[in-house]
Design a protein around this ligand. Structure first.
Ligand SMILES: [Zn+2]
Ligand SMILES: [Zn+2]
Length: 190
């Protein structure tokens, strides 16, 4: 008798970065380790298949027989074309939703608690910036250029190429709101 062992290869994970290390990193840095219990994430984190094109990511929860199942799904087709900065900001955005729901147990979407946490995270690091919108790359389909700040690495989207443009976030953070060439935006085609 021959047994066939079916090996399931998760092709989705091969072309995009693994999300779990990022989840653990953010959980420790921004959520006081509250999203992990007994070394297990309270929320499942995964990439979508190729069909999720309407949003960059979402958080959802289901309760089955009293057991809570919650997960964060990030859009592979949208985010694989963008930089690590967008993946980080989208994951962190959804982690705030998960934290409000699972830890604070408050029913809120983009209300004052969300905004306060978002600002707190945006202020203590300058690798990425969380935005209120989930669907930022979708709405930016008509943008032809991508500009990257040479100082903080943040990526912004533009309809036309501009010269001597500086990163507003860095100008505000490091140069008291004054234009500086040390945080110029370098343009590239999308
Ligand atoms: Zn949201
Ligand atoms: Zn910058």
């Amino acid at each position: 008798m021959v047994f066939f062992v079916k090996i399931k290869i998760n092709l989705i994970q091969l072309s995009v970065i693994p999300l779990l290390p990022l989840f653990h990193k953010f959980n420790r840095a921004f959520f006081e380790n509250s999203l992990v219990e007994d070394n297990q994430p309270l929320i499942k984190v995964r990439w979508s298949d190729n069909r999720l094109k309407t949003t960059a990511g979402f958080y959802k929860k289901r309760v089955i027989d009293g057991v809570i199942y919650s997960e964060i799904v990030l859009s592979k087709p949208i985010l694989e074309k963008l930089s690590i900065v967008e993946i980080q900001s989208t994951l962190c955005h959804e982690m705030i939703h998960a934290w409000i729901d699972r830890i604070l147990k408050i029913n809120e979407i983009h209300g004052p608690i969300f905004k306060k946490k978002m600002e707190e995270i945006n202020n203590i690091q300058d690798v990425f910036e969380i935005n209120i919108r989930h669907d930022f790359p979708v709405l930016r389909r008509d943008f032809k250029f991508k500009g990257r700040c040479i100082k903080c690495g943040n990526v912004y989207f533009y309809r036309r190429r501009m010269f001597n443009l500086s990163c507003k976030k860095c100008c505000n953070t490091y140069f008291r709101g004054v234009w500086s060439k040390s945080c110029l935006i370098v343009f590239e085609n999308i």
